[in-house]
Design a protein around this ligand. Sequence first.
Ligand code: NAD
Ligand code: ZN
Length: 430
Amino acid sequence: MKYLKRAEPQSRQNNDDLVQHVRKMLVDIESNRDAAVRHYAETYDRWQGGEFLVSGDEIEAVRKSLSPVFKDDFAFAKKQVVDFAKRQRDTLAEFEDEFGDGIVLGQKIIPVENAGCYIPGGKYPLISAAIMSVATAKAAGVDYVLGAAPPRDGKSIYPHTLYALAESGADEIYAIGGVQAFASMAYGCVGMRPVDIITGPGNAYVAEAKRQLFGMVGIDLPAGPTEILVIADDSADPALVAADLLGQAEHGPDSPAWLITQSTSFGEAVAAEIETQLVTLPTRQVARASWDRWGEIMVVDSDDEAIAVSDRYAPEHLEVQTARNDYYLANLRNYGSLFLGEESTVAYGDKGVGTNHTLPTGRAARYTGGLWVGKFLKTVTYQRLTPAASRQIAPAMGRLCRAEGMLAHEITADVRAERYAEGQTAGADE
Ligand SMILES: NC(=O)c1ccc[n+]([C@@H]2O[C@H](COP(=O)([O-])OP(=O)(O)OC[C@H]3O[C@@H](n4cnc5c(N)ncnc54)[C@H](O)[C@@H]3O)[C@@H](O)[C@H]2O)c1
Ligand SMILES: [Zn+2]
């Protein structure tokens, strides 16, 4: 593999400052609660309001103010995402079966009770993120869903985001952003009830807060700064590929965009197109910074090498525009969501083609997919035995306890062997 363009040396590994900064905030909020939350909201969100909880009147006013076209577009996106989520829910099944005579084992699927969903809004109000988290949680059957988004002007949530949160089914909505939002949802500050799982994408502070809070509260997945990788060959259109790379570079100055191709001339054409398009792109300031710093163009020798390199990057978004898209679909392993052919594009996935847009970043796609109904559901198990079955497995179970030196465990098996011994009346077989 050779690089036509390479990212600046990665400084991501050394994120001590970020880790310490977020830890300090979380510790402060855990001990000083609402006062600390208010302090950080004032510092980082320029908060000037009173209550963080958004009132029903404010939601109603927003409902009235938005255009029918926006509402129709939103309804389309929501329907796509919810239909797909329900279809995914249908793939999960409870079961109860016999595993050996008299040994009944089962799986149940139980939604978490309370979920806190974060909608990013530092740079852009990510309206669709409300559907991705809140509507998906509701499709999973979560009882109570709290929505949180940063205030746009120090006072209230961006109206379209507020509408999206309400329409997606949020039970309560709070105008609060970043680390202080996640800490409040986890610890139950500023009137929030402490939730069981916190979800949603966000910037580096948000991603780090989720990582540190994990354990005391559930998290969906590491979903930090957006990434895109495009695998393209000579059959692709360099202008379209360049547009798609810049489309995601626009997210923030820490959003990498990568291209893998087997054709040096194609790689050069995309590089030239990017320069051309950056001249007029309205959000070029951000896109230029991220492309210069993180952008990469790699030339490989074969489809299999393209797949191997792509799997190493484990990109959040992966577009494949080649003459052999099905081969890639069959063989790629690590990605958050895959966009096959030039007709699909990450922006569709972002805004509401139907797949969830909260996706793994920072190589987390090696071990997880994106947000989906399953993240709000627990697959739990249960067991039930007949007396005869209990008696029958007791000796083996007891010996395994003993082998581990767990003698109190062994006794629990031994007493059952005795209790259900043949001829005993207590607990005899039905
Ligand atoms: N992985 C995914 O699925 C996915 C999807 C959509 C968006 N994203 C990413 O989400 C991110 C959104 O970022 P954003 O910044 O626009 O919005 P954000 O809501 O994630 O972050 C804004 C918050 O950051 C906090 N903040 C800012 N500076 C701080 C500081 N110095 N210390 C502590 N907190 C601070 C503020 O409280 C503010 O409310 C982008 O990086 C985007 O790429 C990821
Ligand atoms: Zn995007």
